[in-house]
Every structure is written in structure tokens, then in C-alpha cells.
Design a protein. Structure first.
Length: 199
């Protein structure tokens, strides 16, 4: 069974014709979706036929799930037929291409005395917040302390001589086939305790 994380925004679907003598509406969430995400559509009637010009849609009773996997970006028309009537509900959902994953990273502090800890952190700039990112920290200098699959980690500089060093992190969005990996390098300085300059 394929599960989808659904957004909180809503979309009003207009009805062609009327139901029980008056216009009715359906609700969908969300209106704008990234390709590969889903939108839930709830109607005030039992739908006998769902149609989507791209992707796929299926449902039971008054609720349908639009799967945009493989759908090209751009407007996507969805229609639903209420029961055995000729009332057709239509809407346009916008499928968005996800931007390449980009990240920023920082060392705090960036100048330390040998033996002190440096806190390394990375933040995603452009990514789908519904996706869980995977982190891989690396360094050849000092020792990483903590869970390597977190956005923040500590680096123990014990044993390092005075000089300039670096660490790096690779962040991956496993739910994306294209543009789902980003790399960031972080520079820091280590000084002997009596030589540590002011930041």
C-alpha cells in the first residue's frame, strides 16, 4: 500500500450543473503539489467515475486520492461524476517540479582551542518539508560526536595541532530521483590554548 503525506491547504472544486437543485462543492487538499505527492478530494456525493489527465486517481464513495507520480509539471485537470447523474465536478491542480535540494552549513564557533568542541549544523534551503532527509557527516580531523544522521553534530578537536581543518556533510532526499543530493563543506581553525585568537 502506498502512503502519501497530505498538505493542509485547500482547494474548492466547482460543480458543473447542480445537485438537489443547488450548487454544491468538493474540497481538495492541497491545491499545489510536488510531483510524486498526493491530493485528497472529498465530494458531497458518491462519485461513480474519477478522471485525471495525468497521474492516477482512485477512490471510494465521496473520497478520491490523486497520485501525481510520474506526472509532468503544470496544471492538471481532475473530474468526478456524481453517481449515475451527469453532474461533473472539475478542478485544476498545479503540479510543481521540486527545486534541486540546496543546503547551507556552519561551524560554531569556527575558531577553537585544541580539545574544545565545535558544533556543526546544516539546514535545507529548498526541499519538500514532507520528506525526511538523510545526513552523512565526515571528517578526517578530530572526532565526530553524536548521531551522524542528524542536522547538528559536535566535533571534538582533541589531539589536533594548530591549523586549518574541514568537515563535510552530504544530505540526501531519498524520495527524489533527480536533484535529491547536496554537499556542503565546513572550514574551522584550531589553535593552541594560549594562542587562541578572539572571534
Amino acid at each position: 500500500m502506498k502512503l502519501f503525506a497530505l498538505g493542509l491547504s485547500s482547494l474548492v472544486l466547482t460543480v458543473t450543473g447542480s445537485l438537489s437543485g443547488q450548487d454544491r462543492q468538493c474540497q481538495a487538499s492541497p491545491q499545489d503539489v510536488y510531483a510524486g505527492s498526493a491530493s485528497r478530494i472529498i465530494c458531497p456525493c458518491s462519485v461513480s467515475n474519477w478522471k485525471a489527465e495525468r497521474g492516477s486517481i482512485s477512490g471510494s464513495g465521496s473520497t478520491g486520492i490523486l497520485d501525481t507520480t510520474g506526472a509532468a509539471s503544470g496544471p492538471l485537470v481532475v473530474s468526478a461524476t456524481c453517481g449515475s447523474s451527469s453532474h461533473i465536478l472539475t478542478t485544476v491542480i498545479v503540479v510543481k517540479s521540486e527545486p534541486p535540494l540546496t543546503i547551507s552549513c556552519v561551524a560554531n564557533p569556527s575558531n577553537v582551542a585544541a580539545g574544545e568542541l565545535i558544533h556543526l549544523s546544516v539546514a535545507g534551503v529548498d526541499f519538500n518539508p514532507q520528506h525526511k532527509l538523510v545526513y552523512q557527516w565526515m571528517t578526517e580531523h578530530g572526532k565526530l560526536v553524536g548521531d551522524l544522521n542528524q542536522s547538528t553534530i559536535a566535533l571534538d578537536t582533541s589531539g589536533l595541532g594548530s591549523g586549518n581543518y574541514s568537515a563535510s556533510v552530504t544530505v540526501t532526499d531519498p524520495e527524489r530521483a533527480i536533484g535529491g543530493t547536496a554537499y556542503c563543506g565546513i572550514s574551522f581553525q584550531v589553535h593552541a590554548s594560549e594562542m587562541r585568537p578572539r572571534d
